[in-house]
Design a protein. Structure first.
Length: 329
């Protein structure tokens, strides 16, 4: 089968499309999926650079954390899926290939209103957002949410899910243009921060009449920590999801203690399959119906054929994207 292959670590020149062995036929509760589209994530860039190896048991040289396709064959203990069903899901790696084998409980059925490209733009960002906001941060009706990197894949999903749940989402980005586009997704107010995180800390006080936001979804990290703590409400919850601006900062224990704040870090890729299955089930129950009704929607920045994987990586690395970059396979 054809697959994206990392032939050497470093820049995009280390990527190629090659012929690799077809995954073995599925046994037990495993399903082999014919992949039709797969979205890119920052993790793919880091894996290409040699800075984020795949978890044990997943291909080290074939990237890809999410996919959409149809069931090609099933193991003898599979009960949910039949050949030909349209499914999407998450995995620890190997999704940027024509076929992938995954446990049946890490799949969900694609709503009829989504084509392959839009379906592939869903799993990683909507499962990550749903799990972080509702399972872990317990965001509820009437609460306020601050989303950093509002134009990212996770950001666009989080804004929509928060609005659908009756929360009030606010956002930040490097550029005003991305924030203007995010308003159509339900963003209540926003600010372009450039290189000054204190800008959003002051804006939050205005938006919330000095109360601070209940939940922060931080995909940026680094220098945002101090301003995040200043922006949190009493008993506020901060979810650390990304570190695009660095992974280290100085923590003011007094600020955390004074606000009785919670700081939680989360990842999806490295979790045990049982945890991924639970997150997928909750996504299937609570998010897929919203996708089917059109109440929330995947946001696609651009699409590329498999042969243009290097161009796709360059697009994602440009930081000019709004939504997901998707490979058609």
């Amino acid at each position: 089968m054809k697959a994206v292959v990392i032939i050497k670590h470093g820049g995009v020149e280390g990527l190629a499309v090659g012929e690799v062995a077809l995954p073995p036929g599925p046994t037990a509760n495993l399903v082999r999926v014919r992949v039709r589209a797969a979205a890119l994530n920052r993790a793919d860039i880091l894996q290409r650079m040699g800075r984020y190896p795949a978890p044990l048991g997943f291909p080290q040289d074939i990237p890809g954390l999410e996919f959409a396709g149809e069931v090609e064959s099933t193991g003898d203990k599979v009960t949910r899926w039949s050949v030909g069903q349209r499914v999407f899901g998450i995995t620890g790696g190997g999704a940027q290939a024509e076929y992938i084998v995954v446990p049946e409980n890490t799949l969900a059925e694609i709503p009829a209103n989504l084509d392959w490209v839009h379906a592939a733009a869903v799993p990683e960002v909507f499962i990550t957002s749903h799990d972080a906001l509702f399972t872990q941060a317990r965001l509820t009706i009437g609460e306020t949410l601050l989303v950093h990197a509002a134009g990212s894949g996770v950001g666009t999903a989080a804004i929509q899910l928060a609005r659908a749940a009756g929360a009030r989402p606010f956002g930040t980005s490097r550029t005003a243009e991305k924030l203007e586009r995010a308003r159509s997704l339900g963003l209540e107010d926003s600010i372009a921060v450039g290189n000054d995180p204190q800008l959003f800390a002051r804006a939050v006080q205005t938006w919330t009449n000095g109360k601070g936001v209940n939940v922060i979804l931080d995909l940026v990290g680094g220098a945002y920590l101090e301003a995040n703590l200043a922006s949190l409400s009493i008993r506020g919850r901060m979810m650390l999801v990304g570190t695009t601006a660095g992974a280290k900062a100085t923590l003011d224990f007094g600020a955390v203690m004074g606000k009785r704040a919670s700081i939680t870090g989360t990842v999806l890729r490295a979790r045990p399959v049982e945890e991924k299955a639970t997150a997928t089930r909750l996504f299937e129950e609570q998010v897929v119906p919203l996708l089917a009704s059109g109440q929330v929607r995947p946001v696609v920045d651009s699409t590329y054929p498999l042969a243009q994987i290097r161009a796709a990586h360059q697009r994602l690395e440009s930081n000019d994207t709004f939504g997901k970059v998707v490979m058609v396979i």
